[in-house]
Design a protein around this ligand. Structure first.
Ligand SMILES: [Fe+2]
Ligand SMILES: [Fe+2]
Length: 186
């Protein structure tokens, strides 16, 4: 696996200053939560910095990359190209950095959530939503919940993202619904 410095440099070369700053903020939050929930801090740091690596890839390039690497893109992802960056980013991290399966799984599920997420994936999912560069009104409340009960924070964040999809008249990813039902029934 590539070192943190190498990964950071690669990520920096692929992202705008703003998105790179966001990635550093997510990395910081991932480390904070990894400490609390006894997750490998190095892995948390690496998935944090690299989770949005494909976010600024041009749409055509994303589609080409997905085809060449047998990445399944469903109808909703194809329409909203923002969603594609998670799966594509996971694959890039596997190829370029040699990330382990748990790390690429975490990156693949960071936008929508997924059923059966492990702790690393939950940490990334939440950190991406509540990193210090985020400015929605409940961010502090979510932070308080996340440091006490990660599953509860994930459930509330899934609910919130579903509400946003409804408000903004967007399709809801099936993975989000499945994940939400999994946590809801816990
Ligand atoms: Fe993202
Ligand atoms: Fe992000």
């Amino acid at each position: 696996m590539k070192s943190y410095k190498e990964v950071e440099q690669y990520v920096k070369s692929k992202l705008s200053e703003k998105r790179f700053y966001h990635s550093k903020c997510v990395e910081e939050k991932c480390i904070e939560l990894a400490k609390i929930y006894n997750v490998d801090e190095e892995k948390a740091k690496l998935v944090g910095i690299s989770h949005d690596i494909a976010k600024e890839m041009p749409k055509e390039e994303k589609i080409k990359f997905a085809q060449e690497n047998n990445i399944e893109i469903d109808e909703i992802e194809a329409k909203s190209q923002g969603l594609m960056h998670a799966k594509i980013g996971a694959k890039i991290c596997e190829i370029e950095f040699g990330f382990t399966k748990d790390m690429t799984n975490a990156i693949a599920s960071h936008t929508t959530g997924k059923p059966h997420m492990d702790t690393l994936a939950k940490i990334l999912y939440i950190s991406d939503a509540i990193s210090k560069d985020r400015e929605f009104k409940d961010v502090e409340t979510f932070h308080e919940i996340a440091i006490k009960n990660l599953d509860e924070a994930v459930l509330q964040m899934l609910n919130k993202s579903i509400e946003i999809c409804i408000e903004e008249e967007k399709s809801i990813q099936l993975d989000t619904i499945k994940a939400r039902n999994e946590y809801y029934s816990k």
